[in-house]
Design a protein. Structure first.
Length: 254
């Protein structure tokens, strides 16, 4: 993958167009490192996209065909690579934006799902294709899809592996919006402009609270929310936001 920084945005481009940017375990581990190392003092956002005509076709089937391992070995490999990718994405301290420039299949769909924002070109096609190769949804798919699209739709996607267009992905909530292909860069650029104006550290705290509370009961969730909010109260971002409001000016967040 190719990594480039510009004006507070780190763009990660999956650069294996000859195999539709299929993911290997090594690439998943590298992407997990990108998420883990993201510092809100330096970055406002991470953008994920693909080179060529695809976002990602999912797991690399050639490497799967060559792999020989026992179930316990597979567990360790998946946990340390694709599993860690999801953990680091959900806990990353900066927002992650999927710019789905083309087909997003299997783990490619799941990476778009785990991102905080996802915008797709109208020509992109999606599929939760794991079942087509005798696998269950991974890369967080079994956890995230029901929460994004609802239980019955998630089952339909996971059990059939059907392909569907970007417009339907937007309707079901898998992506924020499907836009004409020529407008994709502009739509993401507008979002990034907004994120640059917001306090990134505060966004990271809000993201942490939302993700941690997805599986908690309401009492535990409220307690966790209060704990994170108490941290936000102590930040320079909060102090600046209040001062700007009282001064009648726009806040200037670092």
């Amino acid at each position: 993958m190719d990594i480039a920084d510009d004006d507070g945005v780190r763009t990660v481009t999956f650069d294996r167009p000859e195999v539709m940017n299929a993911f290997t375990p090594e690439l998943a581990a590298d992407l997990a490192d990108v998420f883990a190392e993201a510092d809100p003092a330096d970055l406002d956002a991470i953008v994920l996209t693909g080179e060529g005509g695809a976002f990602s076709a999912g797991g690399d089937l050639q490497s799967m065909a060559e792999r020989e391992e026992a179930p316990d070995e597979a567990y360790d490999r998946v946990t340390d690579t694709f599993g860690r990718l999801v953990e680091e994405a959900l806990s990353a301290r900066v927002p992650i934006v999927a710019k789905v420039n083309g087909d997003a299949v299997g783990a490619g769909l799941a990476v778009a799902a785990v991102s905080d924002f996802a915008y797709a070109a109208e020509s992109a096609t999606f599929s939760c294709a794991f079942v087509r190769v005798g696998l269950i949804p991974d890369t967080g798919g079994s956890f995230l899809l029901p929460r994004l699209v609802g239980l019955r739709t998630a089952k339909r996607l996971a059990f059939t592996g059907e392909f569907f267009p970007a417009a339907e992905a937007a309707e079901m909530g898998l992506v924020n919006e499907a836009v004409p292909d020529d407008d994709l860069d502009g739509a993401v650029a507008d979002l990034l402009d907004t994120l640059r104006e917001r306090p990134t550290r505060t966004i990271g705290l809000a993201k942490r609270a939302v993700h941690e509370n997805m599986g908690k009961g309401w009492r535990e969730a409220l307690d966790y929310e209060n704990a994170v909010q108490s941290q936000a109260y102590a930040t320079a971002e909060h102090e600046e936001g209040v001062a700007a409001f009282l001064d009648g000016r726009d806040p200037e967040f670092e």
